[in-house]
Design a binder for this molecule. Structure first.
Ligand SMILES: *Cc1c(COP(=O)(O)O)cnc(C)c1O
Length: 397
């Protein structure tokens, strides 16, 4: 509303409402960072005509800015979806799915290999909010039918599970869910949406922790829910609005900056990870290498059937049962290039030991030995291999 009579106003007013003379026609490759809480309307009629569900109008910073919407649209395109919503973390995206789709008295099915904080979120909703939740064997396939109740509203999938790497038979589970009108949501963070396309397999919602490969820098927390269905999108959007969660344009712009290199990074992680997984398979200390492209990994056949373009940088190994937890801890701590830390998707390699038996409630974990999950970063393969070799020698001599 600022007009040219501004020059007669007080300097303070002109600082708040300046007459910018930016030359029009500027173009660059980056998406401008549109920071906003307040979005301004040209007149009251425009403001009054707003409908919360209308994606074609700007409303308030929390609901989106040109920067966050550009990111959402690109994420939807990567997965072959129509709609995407951003949340301030991957876990917030998971939470958005729960609060958007289920209520007290509803039943949810969750794979036993699910991302730990998803399990914890479900347990919280069961304890304090009247939800029913059952964990199921991730390898159940069409057997999921036996776990479905009349009040089942949502089935979670995760393929591969991000610690134990079982690849689910997604189409088999989705076929059962569709026949019963149950919504399916997959945590598709592992594939970054690049190598597994959930909507081609009939999944309704894809969840991404953008914190991982999309960010690529180990410095951003963000999540997304992606859908093809306008009604589902509306439900998720409404819940997100009511929970009051959104993301900053600055963070979104950093993710936008990393997206063009994501596929090249994913392929580089995949090359090194697969080479190291194959080498670890030859080591006498290791009982199983849980990499989806190797036969040791449950659901390897579904990976071969449903994934294209590699597995990225994440895989796990199981040590022989004769080694103690203390020895495996010593191995992890003897690593020099692998840091100890949560999350993944950045340039730096990570290693973390897990006692899986204590994490399972619905399926039998077959291995006795301790599992170590590796995230393979962008360091040179030969250096990572030498580091692993030295740590194995030190811990298991
Ligand atoms: C990291 C991760 C999440 C959660 O992402 P945050 O942004 O850390 O909350 C969800 N699912 C999987 C599989 C993850 O690896």
């Amino acid at each position: 509303m600022t007009d040219s009579s501004n020059k007669d106003r007080d300097l303070q007013t002109r600082i708040v409402q300046p007459e910018d003379r930016i030359t029009p026609g500027f173009e660059s490759f980056s998406v401008p960072v549109a920071r906003a809480s307040t979005v301004v309307f040209p007149d009251l009629a425009s403001m009054r005509s707003l409908v919360w569900s209308d994606d074609s109008k700007w409303r308030y910073g929390l609901h989106g800015t040109p920067t966050t919407i550009a990111l959402a649209q690109r994420l939807a395109a990567i997965e072959g979806g129509e709609f995407a919503l951003l949340q301030p973390s991957g876990l917030a995206a998971i939470s958005n799915v729960y609060f958007g789709l289920v209520k007290a008295g509803d039943h949810v099915l969750i794979p036993d290999n699910a991302y730990g904080p998803n399990r914890d979120h479900a347990d919280w909703l069961v304890e304090d909010f009247g939800l029913e939740a059952t964990y199921y064997d991730p390898m159940t396939g069409a057997g999921i039918a036996d776990s479905i109740r009349p009040n089942t509203k949502l089935i979670w999938l995760e393929a591969p599970g991000s610690v134990t790497m079982e690849v689910q038979d997604v189409p088999a589970i989705v076929a059962v869910a569709r026949a019963k009108g149950i919504v399916t949501a997959i945590d598709n963070t592992y594939s970054a949406g690049l190598t597994f396309k959930p909507f081609e397999h009939g999944v309704d919602i894809s969840v991404q922790a953008l914190t991982k490969y999309q960010s690529g820098g180990s410095d951003i927390l963000m999540g997304a829910t992606i859908t093809r269905d306008a009604e589902l999108h509306k439900k998720l959007k409404r819940a997100r609005m009511r929970m009051g969660i959104g993301v900053s344009a600055d963070d979104a712009s950093l993710v936008l900056r990393s997206l063009p290199s994501m596929k090249a990074r994913y392929e580089a992680h995949d090359r090194t990870a697969f080479a190291l997984a194959q080498w670890l398979k030859t080591r006498p200390e290791v009982t199983a290498v849980l990499h989806p492209a190797l036969a040791d990994c449950p659901g390897h056949e579904f990976y071969a059937r449903d994934f294209t373009g590699g597995a990225g940088g994440l895989f796990s190994i199981v040590f022989d049962g004769r080694y103690t937890s203390a020895q495996v801890d010593a191995f992890v701590e003897a690593l020099d290039l692998f840091s100890i830390g949560w999350s993944w998707g950045g340039a730096h390699s990570l290693a973390m030991p897990y006692n899986i038996r204590s994490m399972r409630t619905a399926s039998q974990w077959p291995h006795e030995g301790v599992l170590v999950r590796f995230y393979i970063g962008l360091e040179a393969e030969a250096d990572l291999r030498a580091d692993l070799e030295a740590a194995l020698a030190k811990a298991f001599a």
